[in-house]
Design a binder for this molecule. Structure first.
Ligand code: ZN
Length: 393
């Protein structure tokens, strides 16, 4: 069996988790097309932590990693002190996007496929994306993309009638915005075509979008426009400052936990780059809050523990143009973790080759993401707690 999980498979695993260990709570909210943003809780300790994945749905490894982590907690493969911590899991922040991207995957790669076959699809996708990145750089080519052409039959027709509202809307959007063939495989936005991380009052593209400028994504995705509703990058639906339901729900949820309990920190999973973003020294004025030195220091110190376990790079600079930067600002210690160094989401991070003499960059990508980050969470929590107690003194 392969490693990729589609939306229904994810929910099946989540529904089957031992509810004595991880309990399903009521959703933190619903998306525009009515999908629940599910919330699960482990433990009942004083110190609360929020862990989310899949803001960008094409970064599928983040959902899969977090769901596998929850499963390990349930199977007692790993242990977190349930009397000390309460862990809130939001494993699918962007359900509509996850439905779109995993439906596209399933249009070509079936569920009951052998591991070897799945690996070759992931490798092909990676290499095709790489070739397109190379052509984009060398020739400025915005033509058909090999990796999208692999999924050119992933049209809105592949969505079942269970998703009728979403399907009808997307049909319209593909026509109106002339979205590239096969681009459902690159879907990072929510179902309305808004990029949730860019969906913030001070997003980096807002002014340029407002002025009507055409902005393209880069490299192998350079045939996708960021200034229009679509697979990625578009900061708002119809007007500047309009916040999507997923972000509203998430923000309300963070606030609620912070008000009621001791929220010691949060982890936000993206992919990829092998980078941990934390709030460090200010390059620019933080529009939401002024972090004190103790907070900045604990951001770094917690991020450092995570980095030591994974070998990921640390990045403390922030330009405050994303939803996640707002969460990082208002809820210390929040880390944004970019899983897996090989680019070309959603499939490349599922590669798990171990070839003789193979370079480190390609060695056991999937297994290392899963294993290293599992250990990193376990090591990071105690330091998160220690630093929180320190700050509160
Ligand atoms: Zn991302």
């Amino acid at each position: 069996m392969g490693k990729i999980l589609d939306y229904d498979e994810m929910n099946k695993i989540l529904d089957n988790l031992d509810c004595k260990v991880i309990k399903k709570e009521k959703p933190i909210g619903y998306t525009y097309f009515g999908y629940p943003i599910s919330h699960y809780v482990y433990g009942h300790g004083k110190y609360h932590v929020i862990i989310t994945a899949g803001t960008h749905s094409s970064e599928l490894i983040s959902n899969v990693f977090l769901i596998r982590f929850m499963e390990k907690l349930c199977n007692k493969e790993v242990y977190i002190d349930e009397n000390l911590y309460t862990i809130h899991f939001i494993p699918i922040v962007n359900p509509e996007g996850t439905i779109i991207v995993t439906s596209a995957i399933r249009s070509l790669i079936p569920r009951n496929i052998s591991d070897e076959e799945e690996q070759t699809y992931c490798l092909t996708y990676y290499r095709n994306s790489y070739i397109e990145g190379y052509y984009a750089n060398k020739y400025g080519d915005r033509d058909y993309k090999l990796q999208q052409m692999m999924f050119r039959y992933a049209t809105t027709n592949i969505l079942s009638d269970e998703h009728k509202l979403l399907k009808d809307y997307l049909n319209q959007l593909f026509k109106e915005n002339d979205l590239p063939m096969g681009c459902m495989i690159n879907w990072s936005s929510n179902g309305r075509g808004v990029d949730l991380n860019s969906n913030i009052e001070c997003g980096s593209f807002v002014d340029r979008v407002e002025s009507g400028e055409e902005i393209y994504a880069s490299l192998h995705l350079n045939n996708i426009k960021r200034n229009k509703l679509g697979p990625l990058g578009c900061p708002y639906f119809s007007k500047k400052g309009e916040i999507e339901k997923e972000n509203e729900s998430l923000f309300r949820f963070y606030n609620e936990i912070k008000e009621k309990y001791d929220l010691i920190g949060s982890l936000i999973y993206h992919s990829c780059g092998n980078i941990i973003y934390y709030l460090g020294e200010d390059d620019k004025k933080n529009p939401w809050v002024k972090l004190n030195n103790k907070e900045k220091k604990s951001n770094y110190e917690v991020a450092k523990v995570y980095a030591d376990k994974t070998g990921y790079k640390l990045d403390g600079k922030e330009i405050y143009t994303t939803m996640d930067s707002k969460l990082k600002s208002l809820f210390p210690v929040t880390l944004l973790i970019e899983l897996g160094g090989v680019r070309a989401t959603p499939l490349s991070q599922f590669m798990d080759f171990d070839l003789d003499g193979g370079s480190d960059a390609f060695k056991r990508i999937y297994s290392r993401i899963i294993n290293d980050n599992t250990l990193a969470i376990l090591d990071t929590l105690p330091v998160m707690r220690e630093k929180y107690i320190d700050r509160m003194e």
